[in-house]
Design a protein around this ligand. Structure first.
Ligand code: HEC
Length: 155
């Protein structure tokens, strides 16, 4: 009798380990998407003409990174765009319109500085991308330098 209970217990433990490992597998970050489908509205032409007045110095890039990972309000960019900027932030999976993958060179090269500036300042209507209109122009340009640095790594 005791033997049967022991065998059942062992079977149960094996089953639990097995099923929890399946659950684990489902929790992995999905693979990043590149090139990314993009239906974002186009900025007005006076924004599109803008170019970044700042240089990509380590200091400016770092300022942008701190905003993106920690400081930006109402919410740091990483929650949607991901710690690595690959568009796989913790909130991204539930979104229909996916956050931009800043590490995707092919997609990022097709977007001008002025377009990036406009979206960060005004947000993207119809998506979850918020407007960061409280940020000074300088801070927005620092964010853009950081974002651009993410797709410059792989040649
Ligand atoms: C709550 C989620 C969320 C947060 C927080 C967020 N974004 Fe986004 N972002 C999105 C989504 C979704 C899109 C795609 C919008 C679209 O295609 O219309 C996007 C798109 C973008 C784009 C691409 C614009 C284009 O024309 O392709 C840039 C640049 C961007 N975000 C920058 C930022 C920056 C910088 C921050 C932080 C200061 C930030 N985002 C915070 C969700 C978010």
């Amino acid at each position: 009798m005791i033997k049967i209970i022991t065998i059942r217990l062992i079977a149960l433990v094996i089953f639990l380990i097995f099923s929890s490992s399946i659950a684990w597998a489902e929790y992995k970050e999905p693979p990043e998407v590149c090139p990314q489908e993009r239906k974002t509205a186009k900025a007005p032409s006076h924004y599109l003409k803008k170019t970044n007045p700042l240089r990509a110095t380590p200091r400016n890039i770092k300022k942008g990174k701190v905003l993106s990972q920690i400081k930006a309000k109402p919410m740091a960019c990483k929650h949607c765009h991901g710690m690595l900027g690959n568009g796989q932030g913790s909130m991204a999976s539930s979104m229909k319109i996916k956050p931009r993958n800043f590490t995707c060179k092919q997609t990022m090269e097709s977007i001008s500085d002025g377009q990036l500036f406009w979206i960060i300042k005004k947000g993207s209507k119809g998506s979850t991308m918020p407007a960061y209109s409280y940020l000074s122009d300088k801070k927005i340009w620092q964010l853009i330098l950081y974002i651009r640095s993410l797709s410059k790594r792989d040649a």
